[in-house]
Design a binder for this molecule. Structure first.
Ligand SMILES: Nc1nc2c(c(=O)[nH]1)N[C@H]1C(S)=C(S)[C@@H](COP(=O)(O)O)O[C@H]1N2
Ligand SMILES: [Mo]
Length: 319
């Protein structure tokens, strides 16, 4: 526990170095890959590692998208937090290349306080919904941020289909538990499986999406394939990856990070420059790729759409 907290505490200050080291390593690895294949396939693979190949076509452009320039595909897909594949930023991209195992069906259970529960194959789960591109600011609690073009659909659409009953006050999300596929789960870094939660109104907010892709293509393993949550006004850890269960509950759900450090991580975790993490300030952030830091905005810049949900709450207490 103490070791874990120390390691997390080092993240904000080491973030620039991490990112530079990882970019250099990446460049080196790409170089090796090109050198190794050049004689066999002359000239064909030089850009393969960096250019996204769109697999979702004719995506609706969402009015909720920011007009800011997206962070390069390369960074979005290789500078990740996914503790199931290790605690450093580069290991998910290295260890999740084959995730999830395509020979195993991906099933998602919708259950709890609802009238239309179900156990769906991934394809059946998403088929009824219209996929959009949503370009969101995405802010990690560690103090860095990216602009990510997600592919997804409103969580509200799925909730309406499930028909939650009047006892449903919160939605709980659970990541796959499979230590064979997820080597990080063989170590007690977090209380596996990773879980998260939202209050019902937060879950129904039009900004909240389930994402199945980035940059017009299917989610890479390291970004939470095949389906993950994205809640752009909250710190990144609320956006749980590789979901297998969505459950409607009456009581506030326990979440992986609240269990790991209740003084440091709250249930709400709204991006808030005025409420510091106990060990570092949240007033500024480094956009990946920028040299200088920028001011962090209340609710990550999404106040207009979400502030009304918190008007009667003390956000210092409910951090
Ligand atoms: N299951 C699971 N979901 C997770 C995490 C994780 O470790 N496990 N990390 C979270 C954190 S801290 C962040 S910042 C985002 C990172 O998403 P990205 O790698 O796609 O940018 O995923 C979140 N979702
Ligand atoms: Mo994060």
């Amino acid at each position: 526990m103490l070791i874990r907290i120390k390691r997390l505490g080092e993240m904000p200050s080491s973030e620039i170095t991490d990112h530079q080291v990882y970019l250099n390593r990446r460049q080196f690895l790409n170089g090796v890959a090109i050198a190794a294949t050049a004689t066999v396939l002359p000239g064909s693979l030089a850009s393969a590692a960096t250019d996204p190949v769109p697999t979702f076509n004719n995506l609706t452009k969402s009015p909720f998208s920011t007009s800011e320039t997206p962070t390069p595909f390369e960074s979005v897909t290789s500078y990740n937090n996914f503790y199931e594949f290790g605690t450093d930023k580069s290991s998910p991209a290295l260890l999740a290349t084959e995730f999830p195992d395509k020979t195993k069906p991906w099933r998602v259970t919708i259950d709890g306080e609802c009238d239309n529960p179900g156990d769906y194959d991934y394809d059946d789960l998403i088929r009824p919904f219209t996929l959009e591109e949503r370009i969101y600011n995405f802010r990690c609690v560690e103090g860095w941020s990216m602009v990510i073009p997600w592919v997804g659909f409103p969580l509200a659409d799925l909730i309406k289909r499930a028909q939650p009953n009047s006892r449903a006050k919160f939605v709980e999300f659970t990541t796959l538990y499979d230590p064979e596929q997820m080597p990080g789960q063989r170590r007690g870094v977090l209380d596996w499986p990773y879980t998260e939660g939202l209050r019902m109104d937060e879950a129904m907010n039009p900004l909240t999406i389930l994402s199945v892709g980035v940059y017009g293509q299917e989610l890479p393993g390291q970004n939470g394939a095949p389906i993950r949550l994205v809640v752009p006004w909250k710190y990144g850890f609320k956006s749980i990856k590789s979901i297998v269960r969505i459950r409607f509950v009456e009581q506030l759900p326990a979440t992986a990070w609240v269990k790991a450090g209740p003084r440091e991580y709250g249930f709400y975790s709204n991006v808030n420059p005025n409420v510091d993490h106990p060990r570092w300030s949240q007033s500024r952030e480094r956009r990946i790729g920028d040299f200088l830091k920028r001011e962090t905005e209340m609710f990550n810049g999404y106040s207009e759409h979400v502030a009304h949900m918190y008007t009667n709450m003390d956000l210092k207490k409910n951090f």
